[in-house]
Ligand binder design. Structure first.
Ligand SMILES: [Zn+2]
Length: 130
């Protein structure tokens, strides 16, 4: 990846990831990076409310994405997202599922479990606010 087609900026709910250039459908935008830890341990920490950045890749391994150098963690949840997560050779990437215009916030669906666990006062994404 040469010049990055995104930046971290202010969103409605804190920080978010925004396109700075048109991003074509199917483009791998950014990696969701971090050390691998055992999924059992990750779930324990998550349930204790100590981490919101666990990304489960299998029932054995989870990516701990809490590091600030993990740009993928800035992408917010949306129920009608423009990107999705995908597993490629043991790494997680966010991939565009449609064309994304400059200035648009890059979002993906965090999944039902995450929403239940962390969005205790309901989802605040653009489509749920309507
Ligand atoms: Zn929503």
């Amino acid at each position: 990846m040469g010049d990055k087609p995104y930046r971290v900026g202010r969103s409605r709910t804190g920080l978010g990831l925004f396109a700075t250039e048109p991003i074509r459908k199917h483009t791998l935008i950014v990696e969701y990076s971090g050390p691998r830890i055992a999924t059992a341990q990750a779930q324990k920490r998550e349930r204790a409310g100590r981490s919101k950045f666990m990304f489960e890749i299998s029932n054995r391994w989870t990516i701990d994405g809490a590091g600030r150098d993990n740009i993928g963690r800035y992408a917010n949840h949306a129920c009608k997202p423009n990107a999705e997560s995908m597993l490629l050779r043991g790494k997680i990437f966010l991939k565009a599922i449609r064309r994304i215009q400059p200035g648009e916030e890059i979002t993906y669906d965090y999944g039902r479990e995450y929403v239940k666990l962390f969005f205790t006062s309901g989802c605040k994404c653009a489509s749920c606010r309507k």
